[in-house]
Design a protein around this ligand. Structure first.
Ligand SMILES: Cc1cc2nc3c(=O)[nH]c(=O)nc-3n(C[C@H](O)[C@H](O)[C@H](O)COP(=O)(O)O)c2cc1C
Length: 330
């Protein structure tokens, strides 16, 4: 049974990965409904929070129905990170997660995200002080190392555990790899196999089928899987993995009615949360996957992803249901 602090997560939990511009409250709520055991916000800049930047503050919003939820912050300045922790606590999340994995240049050049993998003492120090600052459980998400020559994840994970984190999620790539190649889960298993480790070790990277989740659990012996890209526009992924765990068989894919219903609710929640304009705009990226594989669908997809008017997008959903309601997904 995996636990983050006092939060019981059952055997082999599935975690929704933090994803910029994707893991917002509406999407997290849909993933939670479909079986995600923990959801994370996208990364939020500690500096942005301190400046009270509206965009950063809005990222702190959480719905009750998505709990347990972790808010992820990033930064490399101790003072800013501690102030950010105080601000984050006011949103009352269940977990605070530290991003030590973001590979993008504008983040790593400030030593934040995966940049900190070049300065392990700073990484440990920041973590230690954050853990001391809050009563909430603190988790870390990171990568294997900066580059292949500097992978020390077994030692790093142990040191982070020793300063008090309650779980670690490890993406099986280095910073230098960005998203290239295949994620390597072997070093993550080495972290898990370290006899001194007692906190949950969650694997991340390339879990895109129920079989891969089984592999992560049974072959690599990890405590849970963090899932990112496979869930974008496909919140059913969590339920499908769980169905496979329970039965050894693949679940039937969601019907057109279920897909249209999810798309409608996604858009409605997004509009309630962000207003018409942003709600319409920011939900677009999900539709391609919601309706993947349907022949002669281009015209309808076009309407969904180009219309600025919510009423038109809802009308497109109705049309899709009418025209393709009987389509059999495989
Ligand atoms: C669009 C996108 C945005 C991401 N944003 C974040 C982020 O804000 N914080 C973070 O820790 N990782 C972020 N990631 C990395 C994912 O959390 C995850 O580590 C990575 O996608 C590998 O997992 P996957 O193969 O299941 O997608 C992002 C990934 C994608 C595709």
């Amino acid at each position: 049974m995996a636990k983050i602090g006092n939060i019981e997560l059952g055997a082999f939990p599935l975690l929704l990965a933090p994803m910029e511009d994707v893991s917002d409250p509406p999407f997290r709520a849909l993933c939670k409904e479909q079986g995600a055991d923990v959801v994370y916000t996208e990364f939020i800049s500690s500096e942005g929070l301190i400046r009270d930047a509206a965009k950063s503050m809005q990222k702190l919003d959480i719905y009750e129905k998505e709990r347990p939820v972790g808010i992820q912050i990033f930064g490399a300045e101790l003072d800013s990170m501690l102030q950010a922790v105080d601000i984050v606590e006011q949103s009352n999340p269940d977990i605070i997660d530290i991003n030590f994995g973001c590979p993008v240049k504008k983040v790593v050049c400030k030593n934040a995200g995966a940049g900190i993998l070049r300065d392990i003492p700073l990484m440990v120090k920041l973590t230690e002080e954050i853990v001391k600052r809050t009563k909430l459980p603190v988790t870390v998400k990171t990568r294997l190392g900066w580059d292949n020559a500097s992978i020390k994840i077994v030692e790093v994970a142990e040191r982070l555990q020793d300063v008090g984190i309650q779980a670690i999620s490890i993406h099986g790539r280095t910073r230098v790899q960005m998203y290239k190649g295949e994620a390597d889960w072997k070093p993550i298993a080495e972290v898990k196999n370290n006899s001194r480790m007692h906190i949950p070790v969650f694997g991340n990277g390339d879990v895109d089928s129920p079989e891969k989740a089984v592999e992560m659990r049974d072959t690599f012996g990890l405590d849970g899987a963090m899932i990112g890209r496979a869930s974008i526009g496909y919140p059913w992924f969590f339920k499908e993995v769980k169905h496979f765990f329970e039965t050894g068989r693949h679940a039937a894919p969601p019907t057109m009615e279920e897909r249209v219903d999810a798309a409608r609710r996604h858009l409605s929640m997004a509009i309630d949360w962000k207003g018409d304009k942003l709600g319409v705009f920011e939900t677009r990226r999900h539709y391609t996957n919601y309706f993947k594989g349907i022949p002669h669908f281009k015209e309808y997809r076009q309407k969904m992803v180009t219309s600025d008017d919510a009423a038109d997008v809802f009308a497109a959903f109705d049309e899709v249901l009418e025209k393709f309601g009987d389509y059999q997904f495989v």
